[in-house]
Structure formats: C-alpha cells, structure tokens
Design a binder for this molecule. Structure first.
Ligand SMILES: [Zn+2]
Length: 490
C-alpha cells in the first residue's frame, strides 16, 4: 500500500437557507406533501420565466466569503441539458464557464488518525477551490414507501428549483481524513454564517468524491471513480478508504479499473457500481437566455462582508490567546457558533474562569446535550447558569463532585444552581467564623460533657462533632468542624 498515492477531489452541494426557491416564489420547506411546493416555473411549463431570488445571491455570497473565496463581479447562468424524469424542463439552470466564484484557496486544519480514529498533530493545509457556483436543484424520484413501487416510479418536484451552492475542489486530498476534515470545515463555515443548514441527514449538504490512485512517482492520474450516496461525513471517509483499498488491490492483481460511479452501501460497508459504464457527458451548456448576467457590485460584497460574524478560525485563535485554551479546547468550542457564544457567556457569568467554564462545558454539558440529542442553542441549561455554577464551585460553596450532580439536575429541570443547592441542602459551610459560633453554642449547651472531655474522656469528641453538625443542619464542612473542634476543645 505504501507504494501508492491517493488522489481525491471533492464536490459539495449545499442547499442555501432561503425561504423560497431560486427562480420562483415556491416554498423550500422540507417535508411538505409531494409536489405541494410547485408552480409553472419549477414545473418547467412552457412560457414560464425564471426570476433570480436576491436572497439566494446573498447567501451564496455569505458562503463564498465564509470560505475565504472571492466573488466574481459578473457571472452567467447556463443551461445544463440532460434528460431525467425529475428534471421537467430538460435542463438544469447552473453556472458554467463564468461561475459566481472561481480559483480560490481555503486553509483547513487536518490531522492523521490512529487506529481508534483519534486525531494527532493538527496542522494547516491549503486546498485549491476550483469554483463555487449557484444552481437549482432537481426533483426527486421516489422508489420507496408508496403503493405498487415495483410497477411505478414516483416523482416529487418539491426540491426542483431549491437553491444550491456547488463547491468544487482541485484533486488536492491525499487521504480520506483530509477529505473528512475539509467537509467538516465547509459544513461548519456554512452553518456559522447562516448560508446553509448543511444537515447531511436532510440532504441539504451532499458530497461526492472523485477517487483515484497512482504509483508514487507517477505524474499522470489513474482512472477515477466517482463516489455518491455519502450520507454523512463519516460514511464518505469510510467509502473513500474502502475504495482506495479496492483500487490498489485490483491494480496489484494486474486488473484494470473502469471509470464509473459507485454508491456507498452503509449496510455492507462497501462501494458498489451504480452504472456499469460512465457515459461521456455532453451537457451542451449554453447561456440561459431568460436570465441576464448576474452583476455583483463591490458595495454588495462589502455589505455582506460587514454583516458576517467573527468566523470560526479567527475565533478559535482568539480563544487560545484570550482564554489560554489548548487548540483542542478552542476547536471543539468553536465547532458551532451557538456553542462558541455559549462558552463566552459562561466565562463572563463565571467571573472570568475561562478554563473552568471550558472544562465544565466539554466534560459535563456536551455529554448531557449529546444524550438528549440537543445542541448548545437549545440547551435547557443556560450559559449564564452554567457560569454561575462554576462561580459557586470556585467559591467553595459546594464541592466539584457535588457540582456534577447539580449540573445534571439543572439540565433536567432547568432550575438555577442556587435553587437546586438550596433544595438539596447542599450548601457547605466552610467559614470558620460561622462554624466557631456554632461550636461555642454547643459547648455552652453541654457543660458536663465539656468537663468530662477536658478531664480526659476523648471519646466524647464524636459527641461534639455530632452536635455541631446537627446544629448546622448538616451544612457545616466536616473537615473544618473537626479542625476547629480540636482547637477549641483543648
Ligand atoms: Zn415554483
């Protein structure tokens, strides 16, 4: 295997988070009745004319800027002609030789993984982005869950005309984990700026990988295989890994590869051919005559840029410098924007215990969120309350161990830390002045025991501890009670 080099290029299709479709006013809502969100434009009826949705351009610009790409002042919509039942017009409106953005670079962080999939040594890597263009999605053929699916194909055109940004890279990746880190980077960036929900399960982020291998030292590319049906970033990584091994084995056994499209079968953990032979595509692209060139002014781009939040990369860097976090902490806390916001609110509420807040979020809160299938955004335990809990623990009011139970209870009930500590009577009194006062009361109320103890009956020490704990209603810190009693009973 070590004589071989892997070459991977990626295409990501991200659905832009508009309310309506890219060339008509139909809703983009997911999960509507089949064909409910259609009109003459997206049904491709004769004479219907497309009108570009300004919001799709804004979100496309947010996506491009979040990835550090330039936006072309002028881009052209083009018809990509092909025949398929889910494409009623017989062509898809896309962009071809003059796309929205072209020839960019993107810096990502990537790491090799050990057998258990653990990352080590994160390092930067520059990826060349061929293009980011805007286009409409096609509809969907449905072959499952409907009557007589063995006899009929069903067509749902709700998705036809939904806006997409397609992001294409050069064949720059040399391992499945680099591809994995890249797609995660893109997904986070698009979610971060609100350009796309980028939810692979709902199909609003889809990726395809072009994979080939060649002997180290060769300059020509090997036969490439296109992988589809990659429903999660992890499946994509596994599919590439499987495919690389399959290609090397085939070539080492003296076999030949065919250029084809293969699908990932997540049940069998393998790729299988989708079409026996890739037909040479001839899409006969030509400029869309019903849409004028898309002109984007500098003012428009400046306006979009000014409206972007602090991006994940710079924010992670700031977390490291400002809060003294490790790279791992900072990158986890900036894995989504709501979590980064959550963290900073918690730091403020904790009176600036940046490391403490990071630890409580990473070790306790994220586990609770994951178990409940929630994110920081809809956490029942607010950032301000988590910060308050950290502050209370720092103040010695309750122990860290008690704090863990309190956090779980806060998460479950949505109550404040103070309320739960009060309810459970968890408050620990460690204040020596307060404990001394209780001890004085107990000593005054037990003159006989005091005389006997001082005469040498040391077994009475336990009696005094019991009395003090009782008088403090169990809230006194037992360690402090012991120390102070030894001192005062002398
Ligand atoms: Zn429509």
């Amino acid at each position: 295997m070590s004589n071989w080099e892997t070459i991977i290029g990626l295409e990501v299709h991200a659905q832009l988070s508009t309310e309506s479709k890219i060339f008509c006013g139909c809703s983009t809502r997911f999960g509507s009745e089949p064909n409910a969100n259609t009109c003459p434009v997206c049904l491709g009826l004769p004479g219907a004319l497309p009108v570009l949705n300004r919001r799709a351009v804004e979100l496309g610009a947010r996506a491009a800027l979040a990835l550090g790409l330039n936006i072309n002042e002028r881009s052209i919509f083009a018809r990509k002609n092909y025949f398929y039942p889910d494409l009623p017009k017989g062509y898809q409106i896309s962009q071809y030789d003059q796309p929205f953005s072209a020839r960019g670079t993107l810096e990502i962080m990537t790491a090799d993984r050990d057998e258990a999939g653990r990352a080590h040594e994160w390092r930067p890597m520059t990826i060349n982005i061929t293009r980011l263009h805007l286009e409409e999605d096609a509809g969907k053929n449905v072959h499952e869950g409907l009557p007589e699916v063995d006899r009929y194909s069903y067509i749902d055109l709700n998705r036809a005309g939904v806006p997409l940004a397609e992001i294409v890279t050069e064949p720059d990746f040399r391992s499945s984990w680099q591809a994995y880190d890249y797609v995660n980077h893109v997904r986070r960036a698009l979610q971060w700026v609100g350009a796309s929900d980028a939810d692979m399960e709902k199909g609003n982020l889809r990726c395809e990988a072009n994979v080939s291998v060649r002997r180290i030292g060769d300059t020509a590319f090997g036969t490439k295989v296109e992988l589809k049906n990659l429903n999660s970033v992890r499946f994509m990584q596994k599919a590439i890994e499987f495919e690389v091994e399959r290609q090397i084995k085939t070539l080492e056994a003296g076999g030949r590869l065919v250029q084809e499209t293969r699908l990932w079968d997540e049940r069998l953990n393998e790729t299988r051919p989708m079409r026996s032979k890739e037909e040479a595509h001839d899409y006969r692209y030509f400029p869309e005559p019903d849409l004028p060139p898309l002109l984007v002014t500098n003012d428009f781009v400046a306006g979009v840029r000014a409206s972007l939040p602090e991006l994940p990369g710079p924010r992670a860097k700031r977390f490291i410098e400002q809060y003294g976090l490790s790279y791992a902490d900072a990158s986890q806390l900036t894995s989504d924007r709501s979590l980064a916001d959550y963290y900073e609110t918690a730091v403020t509420a904790s009176d600036g215990n940046a490391r403490g807040a990071a630890n409580w979020i990473r070790s306790e809160l994220l586990r609770e969120l994951e178990n409940a299938g929630l994110t920081a955004q809809n956490s029942p335990l607010s950032a301000a309350e988590l910060g308050a809990l950290v502050r209370i623990i720092d103040g010695g009011k309750i122990s860290g161990k008690q704090g863990k139970d309190v956090l779980v209870e806060m998460f479950k009930t949505g109550k404040s830390a103070a309320a739960i500590i009060e309810e459970k009577g968890l408050v620990q009194v460690s204040d020596t002045g307060e404990i001394d006062r209780v001890i004085d009361e107990v000593m005054a109320a037990s003159p006989n025991q005091l005389t006997q103890y001082r005469a040498g009956k040391e077994t009475l020490f336990g009696f005094f501890v019991g009395q003090v704990m009782k008088a403090s209603k169990g809230k006194a810190n037992p360690r402090v009670v012991n120390e102070r009693l030894k001192e005062k009973l002398k």
